[in-house]
Design a protein around this ligand. Structure first.
Ligand SMILES: [Zn+2]
Length: 518
């Protein structure tokens, strides 16, 4: 049986109250007043920079039924109308999992999905995405969007890059999707117990091996804070919230960047310092409020059309920067993570995969039970609680392949307050691995105190067991278990690690390792 996700429209409930205001704002909107911005803040630009950078993105917050004329970065104009917003919530936490945002741009209708792993699409001669919708302001522990309307749209000219070329780079020296991620506004299904208070992720998390991944500045920037050391003039009326493991940078767009969970911040990174794009900031770790898993938290804030500070979704910018730096041919995407109860059916979706030649020729799925399926969207039913990692292989029309993994967390319906046991796995290095090179694999279990992790490196070698600490103390320095493996031949390897708890629930994690020719 498929259990349909409950559908709510939080926005609909406020519709009447806002109707009159909406009409007035709508008129102003057509006149081009006060509600569109270029995502440029009124904060000072980074010192030492010759001039400020005008962002290419234009941001508009709209009520349902409202229309605005938006002047794009190239001076052209787009007539943008928000027709409707539908937010789909899961039956377990009532967290928003999917949105359908109906828009009309220059007379052409289209449906967008907010945030997550969705990239901008072409509609009516412009590029557009939806950053967030009003339902994310409800039951949200963080709520830092600065959104006071029904939806936030971002627009670019049809042929425009999303950021000015050369002004932004991928902030870790690591392969795309080498480990676990959380995307912009992805609901975080983790922690001690399942709650209806949802923390939608505010920014972008990039998992990696603790202590082995360099974190670099994404942009030329001013160091506003490093640990608890903060520039006085940026301490108030800014998004800056210093912490011992956090660095804030301010770039020449007037955007603030939060980098969190450093294992170590480099000593030269001090408040007031000017850094260049690519300069090393420190080493990736799991310090601060990381939940005990090793990752970089990367979060952009800027002034939003409401006048408040708010999240500037980073996903599209990271994707573009990674492609410019590394020229991948295919990037598979089977994310975001999903949460269901045992007995339920889930739809896995590979359509956010990207191909340089524009066309994905084949989507092939391999499930944990050994069955397979083909197609961009497939369904699977789970009878046993656990955390599954399902394999997506995408092939472009030239035969190039990439893999990603769809995480499906299946809870026990008898224990609706309890998450399934989980594993975080990562490896390093992720680039330029040659036959015989040592590769470090790391894993940490959460919500499991029994058993061992069992590793299969995907090359026919015997399995290896490790025992991580179960994440009872998130900041424990030796929380991860590590193992070093050597591959003898070039190729794509799918690594599988799993651990079983006392109830029989199994946590699975997978990694994709590429070994190059010698
Ligand atoms: Zn985070």
């Amino acid at each position: 049986m498929v259990r349909a996700a409950a559908r709510f429209s939080d926005t609909g409930r406020r519709k009447m109250r806002r109707k009159i205001v909406g009409i007035i704002v709508g008129l102003w909107a057509v006149a081009g007043l006060g509600h569109v911005n270029s995502a440029k803040s009124d904060a000072p630009s980074a010192t030492g920079a010759p001039s400020s950078i005008e962002p290419l993105v234009r941001v508009v917050d709209l009520e349902i039924g409202q229309q605005a004329e938006v002047e794009l970065a190239d001076g052209s104009k787009a007539l943008v109308r928000l027709l409707n917003v539908t937010e789909h919530r899961d039956p377990i936490r009532q967290a928003i999992r999917k949105t359908e945002v109906q828009v009309e741009i220059n007379g052409q209708p289209a449906t967008l999905s907010a945030g997550l792993y969705h990239l901008p699409i072409q509609v009516g001669g412009v590029q557009v995405d939806c950053a967030v919708t009003a339902g994310y302001n409800v039951n949200n522990l963080r709520r830092d969007y600065g959104l006071e309307a029904d939806a936030r749209l971002r627009l670019w000219p049809a042929e425009s890059p999303w950021l000015r070329p050369g002004t932004f780079r991928y902030p870790v020296n690591q392969r795309w999707f080498a480990s676990l991620t959380w995307a912009d506004i992805e609901p975080i299904d983790g922690g001690s117990s399942i709650s209806n208070q949802v923390a939608y992720h505010n920014g972008w998390d990039i998992g990696g091996v603790e202590g082995m991944v360099q974190v670099v500045a994404a942009t030329d920037a001013l160091v506003v804070s490093s640990g608890l050391d903060v520039l006085k003039e940026h301490a108030e009326d800014t998004p800056v919230q210093p912490r011992y493991d956090v660095v804030y940078l301010l770039d020449n767009r007037g955007w603030y960047y939060r980098y969190s969970h450093f294992q170590t911040i480099d000593p030269q990174i001090v408040a007031g310092q000017v850094v260049k794009q690519g300069d090393r900031l420190g080493v990736l770790g799991k310090e601060g409020a990381s939940g005990g898993w090793s990752h970089l938290h990367f979060h952009i804030s800027c002034r939003q059309p409401s006048g408040q500070w708010g999240l500037q979704n980073a996903g599209a910018f990271l994707h573009e920067a990674y492609r410019q730096q590394y020229q991948p041919l295919v990037l598979a995407c089977a994310r975001p993570q999903q949460l269901i109860a045992a007995g339920d059916t889930v739809t896995l979706d590979g359509r956010n995969s990207w191909s340089d030649c524009g066309k994905i020729a084949e989507y092939h799925w391999t499930f944990t039970d050994g069955t397979t399926a083909r197609g961009p969207r497939v369904q699977n039913t789970y009878d046993q609680p656990g955390r599954y990692s399902e394999i997506l292989r995408v092939t472009d029309s030239h035969g190039n392949i990439d893999y990603d993994f769809a995480i499906v967390q299946v809870i026990d319906p008898q224990r609706p307050d309890r998450y399934a046991p989980s594993l975080h796995a990562a490896y390093a290095p992720t680039f330029d691995i040659r036959p015989g090179d040592p590769v470090t694999f790391q894993v940490r279990a959460s919500r499991i105190s029994e058993g061992d992790e069992i590793w299969d490196f995907g090359d026919g070698s015997p399995t290896v067991t490790t025992r991580s600490d179960g994440n009872l103390k998130p900041l424990a320095p030796d929380g991860y278990a590590s193992v070093v493996h050597h591959y003898e031949r070039a190729g794509h390897y799918l690594v599988h690690v799993h651990r079983q708890d006392a109830s029989g629930a199994i946590a699975h994690a997978r990694l994709h390792v590429r070994v190059q020719q010698e």
